[in-house]
Ligand binder design. Structure first.
Ligand code: HPA
Length: 296
């Protein structure tokens, strides 16, 4: 019944429903907010109260997380009274999964009743005004793998999730972006809050200098290896989306630079700014408006 093998490239509505129903029978939490924790940012999940935790490898259909710094657990619980589900560890293209597999949990969240998705990631800063430790509210994205046909919506479209050709000009909810800036100001975080355009690449190699320069010319402020496929799937099925990047390193743009991007720096910055990011997201969650009309 479960498409376990790695050559499966997409999941049907029924496959996702089986997983969602299985999870709903596993947990008493009825999540309205879904959170995806980026590299080194898994601490967000630890803030949930009355936790019910399940490893990905115990969930029917779920891919397994292979990246160092990603735990591979689904955490249910409440954050300031709001029912949440948190992915502690996400799936990336560079792990070798077909793109539809990396985004499958987002559809499962939708079928569990999630209305609002909050996604976090670690990213390299392309905008020269950004510094390491900045938090960037994502206002738009550039989907580079999508240019080459690697979009999670490729394949048969099931109208029960959404339309064949979904709009992406409103992908990032304006109200939630404003909320992030308001909450950041209250918390005294404005000095390191930014907003900008996130560009996704397939990875796992970091970018060359020429690639970073190209991305900057295209209008990207930060570069990473995740989030965008999840955003596309979440918007396709009508969820509100908010996403932010922790700028963990400056992308190398200059041939005279001695700097080299590395995963350890990414994780180390995550550790240093993680508490602030957790505070920001948890305060936002406490203020997010939800309606009871879950399915569109
Ligand atoms: N490039 C791509 N992905 C990243 C980076 C980067 O510089 N930093 C964190 N994730």
């Amino acid at each position: 019944m479960f498409p376990e093998s790695s050559n499966v490239t997409w999941y049907s509505y029924e496959d996702c429903k089986v997983t969602a129903d299985w999870l709903l029978s596993y947990t008493s939490v009825r999540p309205l907010v879904g959170i995806v924790c980026g590299s080194g940012l898994g601490g967000l999940a630890d803030m949930l109260k009355d936790q019910q935790v399940i490893n990905y490898n115990d969930i029917p259909n779920f891919p397994q997380s292979t990246v160092h710094g990603h735990a591979g657990k689904l955490v249910f619980g409440t954050l300031k009274g709001k029912a949440c589900v948190c992915m502690q560890g996400r799936f990336h293209l560079y792990e070798g999964y077909p793109i539809q597999k990396t985004t499958m949990p987002i559809r499962v969240f939708k079928l569990m009743g999630v209305q609002t998705m909050i996604l976090t990631n670690a990213a390299g800063g392309l905008n020269q005004d950004f510094t390491v430790g900045d938090i960037m509210v994502i206002k738009d994205h550039i989907n580079i793998p999508g240019f080459a046909g690697n979009n999670p919506l490729v394949g048969p479209n099931d109208e029960r999730f959404g339309v064949r050709f979904p709009c992406m000009s409103d992908a990032y909810d304006r109200g939630l972006q404003q909320l992030a800036h308001d909450v950041a100001a209250e918390l005294g975080f404005s000095a390191f809050m930014r907003e900008g355009v996130y560009s996704v690449l397939g990875g796992p190699s970091f970018e060359t200098i020429a690639e970073c320069r190209m991305l900057r010319l295209l209008g990207a402020d930060a570069v990473g290896m995740s989030t965008v496929p999840e955003v596309i799937i979440a918007r396709h099925c009508g969820m509100r989306v908010f996403a932010l990047s922790l700028i963990t390193n400056q992308a190398v743009m200059d041939y005279d630079s001695e700097k080299k991007a590395n995963h350890e720096e990414v994780l180390e910055t995550g550790k240093q700014r993680a508490k602030d990011l957790e505070k920001l997201v948890s305060t936002m969650v406490s203020r997010v408006e939800l309606d009871n009309n879950t399915l569109q």
